[in-house]
Every structure is written in structure tokens, then in C-alpha cells.
Design a protein around this ligand. Structure first.
Ligand SMILES: Nc1ncnc2c1ncn2[C@@H]1O[C@H](COP(=O)(O)OP(=O)(O)O)[C@@H](O)[C@H]1O
Ligand SMILES: [Mg+2]
Length: 239
């Protein structure tokens, strides 16, 4: 009988039940079934979360609580809202602006982690440069559509370090396509060290820059990171 149970569980894709059904103790049929279902669901959710985490390629975090002291939030958006990804409910965007080491990447990563772990959202982290490279490469190989489809499935796209390197014409245009594709259908977090007035240096072309900013700013929150470099502060404290 047990081989048949295992066979049926396999056909029904109940992998936890297939391996562990004998370990469950219960005093009634109902309780037994309930416990089986509970465990199966629990394991499925865990697997889904792990998959989402792998796909997101978020940077590692050190587990330190986030220090909000030097972060300027927009009205009506609390730090809790940010961490809970409330902006994602309306497909709004976040622009993180500030100097190096002020916590932009760290906060974007924490928001991404929460979105996955608390809400099962699909997240992807790229540096702007790495996404542009992927886009150019995919375009050259003729599988741009495949990459676009992957991006289309996301709830949250994190674009880190926009502005550190100027983009070539084609790269800028492809990045614009991605930003347009995300417009009003998903959320983007962009971290940057450049004010909007200087984005021209990244995108190269004033019309394209205006179009990018237009799509991003509409439905977005600007968060300013005013702190000095945290790494620098910590290295002073430690020495
Ligand atoms: N506000 C903050 N609260 C806690 N840790 C911070 C904060 N800002 C920076 N850090 C620490 O400094 C490191 C560097 O910050 P990072 O997010 O990479 O800066 P940025 O992306 O703005 O250059 C982080 O990994 C984190 O450990
Ligand atoms: Mg950073």
C-alpha cells in the first residue's frame, strides 16, 4: 500500500506528503489530513520563497537594522510603509538619491527581501550597468524578447547605481524600453548619485532623458539619503 500512496502522491505532486506521511501523528482522520495539508503547503511556500530569492540575485545583507536618521522621506510615506513595500500596491516607483555609502543599496535590498519573504513577490536586482550589458548581449544574440518576458513577470525591479557610468546610445535606448515596459505595471527602485538635471550624462540624449524621467517621476517617491558614508563612519569608529 505504501508504494501506491507514494505513487499517487507523486502524481499529485505532493512531495512533502510522499516522503513524510508516515511521520504524522493524529487522533482522527480529519486531524491527520489537516496536518498533511498544512505541511505540504508550508513546504511549497518555502520552496517558492527560496526560488524567488535565488532569482532576485539580491546583494548579501549583514542583518544590521536600518538607521533612518539621515533619510528624508516624502510626506505620507513612513519607513514602515517603505519596508512593507506599500508603494508596490499602486505600482509606484522609488528614487533613492544620495552619496556613496549612504545606504541606498542596503535599503533597496531590504525592501526586496521583504517583498519576497512577506508577500511572495517577484523581485530582480541589477546594477544599471549589468542590466544594460544583459540587454545588449541579448539583443546581439537575438533573444531580447526572452529577457523582456522575464522582466515582465516581475513585481519589483531594482536598478542600482544609475549614473555611475554613462551609457552608450543603444544601451540607453534598451534601458528606456525596460523602464517604459514597467510603467504603471510594476514598481522600480532606482538608486543614483545624480540629480535629475544630470541624468542627461547617463542617457546621452536630452529627449530620451526627458522621456525616462517622465515615466519614472510620474507615480514615484523621491527619497534623499543625506548621510555621510556609513562605511567611512564605521571605519572611523573602529579605528
Ligand atoms: N542607514 C543605514 N543603516 C544601516 N546600515 C547602513 C546604512 N547606510 C549604510 N549602511 C551600511 O553601509 C554599507 C554600505 O551602504 P550601501 O547601501 O552600499 O551605500 P550606497 O548604496 O548608498 O552607496 C551597507 O552595506 C550597510 O552595512
Ligand atoms: Mg550602492
Amino acid at each position: 500500500m505504501s508504494t501506491q500512496i507514494q505513487e499517487f502522491a507523486k502524481r499529485l505532486k505532493l512531495s512533502w506528503i510522499r516522503e513524510h506521511y508516515q511521520e504524522i501523528e493524529a487522533t482522527s482522520n480529519e486531524e491527520y489530513l489537516l496536518k498533511l495539508f498544512e505541511k505540504e503547503i508550508e513546504q511549497r511556500e518555502e520552496r517558492k520563497t527560496n526560488l524567488l530569492l535565488t532569482q532576485a540575485s539580491l546583494p548579501k545583507v549583514n542583518g544590521k537594522p536600518f538607521d533612518w536618521k539621515d533619510i528624508v522621506l516624502t510626506a505620507g510615506l513612513s519607513s514602515e510603509d517603505l519596508l512593507n513595500g506599500v508603494f508596490m500596491e499602486q505600482q509606484e516607483n522609488l528614487i533613492f538619491y544620495g552619496g556613496v555609502g549612504a545606504g541606498k543599496t542596503y535599503l533597496a535590498t531590504l525592501i526586496g527581501l521583504n517583498a519576497i519573504q512577506r508577500y511572495g513577490k517577484a523581485v530582480k536586482f541589477y546594477t544599471a550597468a549589468s542590466l544594460v550589458n544583459r540587454l545588449l548581449e541579448a539583443n546581439e544574440k537575438g533573444n531580447l524578447n526572452k529577457l523582456f518576458k522575464q522582466i515582465e513577470k516581475l513585481d519589483l525591479l531594482i536598478l542600482d547605481e544609475l549614473g555611475y557610468i554613462p551609457l552608450h546610445k543603444q544601451g540607453a535606448e534598451l534601458l528606456f524600453q525596460v523602464i517604459s515596459m514597467c510603467y504603471e505595471t510594476k514598481s522600480i527602485i532606482i538608486t543614483t548619485n545624480l540629480q535629475f538635471g544630470q541624468w542627461n550624462h547617463v542617457f546621452g540624449d536630452p529627449i530620451l532623458t526627458e522621456a525616462v524621467i517622465d515615466r519614472l517621476i510620474h507615480h514615484s517617491h523621491l527619497i534623499v539619503f543625506k548621510g555621510d558614508s556609513y562605511r567611512y563612519k564605521e571605519s572611523i569608529i573602529q579605528n
